[in-house]
Design a protein around this ligand. Structure first.
Ligand SMILES: C[S@@+](CC[C@H](N)C(=O)[O-])C[C@H]1O[C@@H](n2cnc3c(N)ncnc32)[C@H](O)[C@@H]1O
Length: 274
């Protein structure tokens, strides 16, 4: 596949992007006024989304801490999104100041904002933002900036946190994951989450069915997957206890609210490479 196969998605102020909407759900920030009608529809039709997003983001923090505790010092964070609080480099460097991070996203707004943040904080020696696409793993792995910061003879922490829902089956996600897996050495780890309605209550299923049209208006449609499908994405990896679970329940650092209606809508796991 050519290295220019996937150009970053240009900023389109008329079509809400998954990156901007997710960012709003985490931070409350409205990036473009034109996103507001969409955001309001989302709150109305799929009210669990903000809580879901916050649970997802908290899993990312715990995953990075887990990897640092396991001795990992270099991270490839693919589908990293717009920078918010608790970005991977911040979480990692708080515990290990020598940690290096390569961020990857295909959303121009996410790329620009992350680059501004890294430049403003003088972090480019240890952290970069690539404009690349998960569907072109060769570009990510062979990029000179990746090669500058990641030593592939040492374990790598792969973070694909809520990015696979934006990769349809036609893009062969299992093959993309296999390409990433074969690039890293034993001791590496893979953290992923995936939105799912398999275990969701009837009310949530009805909300999402009613709100499906909301998502068809975004720049990229979402693919929901089952627990079994998510588990196949860890082929070749050894799942860390407790295996596939809800994002809220993976090594929680606060009590889990089992009545939380967003809880069953996000599978999470970490695998290590034997
Ligand atoms: C829901 S956000 C998740 C952000 C972050 N990983 C987190 O969990 O907090 C999904 C991100 O994946 C990005 N994305 C979607 N498809 C992608 C692809 N094919 N390659 C790279 N990034 C992608 C979107 O632009 C967006 O920033």
């Amino acid at each position: 596949m050519s290295s220019n196969a996937f150009e970053p998605r240009p900023i389109d102020t008329h079509k809400p992007s998954p990156a901007r909407i997710y960012h709003h759900m985490i931070t409350g920030e409205v990036i473009f006024e034109s996103d507001l009608p969409f955001i309001h529809r989302l709150y109305e039709e799929i009210p669990f989304y903000p809580l879901w997003a916050r649970h997802n983001r908290r899993f990312l923090t715990r995953a990075v801490r887990y990897m640092i505790d396991s001795g990992i010092r270099q991270f490839l964070d693919i589908g990293s999104g717009l920078p918010t609080g608790g970005n991977t480099h911040e979480v990692a460097r708080e515990l290990a100041p020598d940690a290096r991070v390569v961020y990857v996203d295909n959303d121009e707004e996410a790329i620009n904002r992350a680059r501004d943040l890294l430049r403003a904080n003088d972090l480019l020696d240890s952290t970069v933002m690539l404009d690349a696409d998960l569907r072109d793993p060769a570009r990510i792995l062979e990029h000179p900036e990746t090669r500058r910061l990641i030593d592939f003879s040492e374990p790598v922490g792969l973070l694909l946190v809520s990015v696979l829902p934006w990769v349809p089956d036609a893009a062969e996600p299992a093959a993309l994951l296999a390409r990433l897996r074969t690039a890293v050495v034993p001791g590496s780890a893979l953290a992923m989450t995936h939105v799912s309605l398999q275990d969701a209550g009837m009310e949530i299923k009805q909300q999402v069915a009613a709100g499906a049209a909301v998502f068809s208006d975004t720049s990229t449609p979402v693919t929901l997957r089952t627990r079994e499908q998510f588990e196949t994405f860890f082929d070749g990896w050894k799942l860390v206890e407790p295996g596939i679970t809800y994002a809220t329940d993976w090594h929680p650092d606060q009590p889990v609210d089992t009545t939380d209606y967003a809880r069953p809508c996000n599978f999470a796991a970490i695998g290590t490479l034997p």
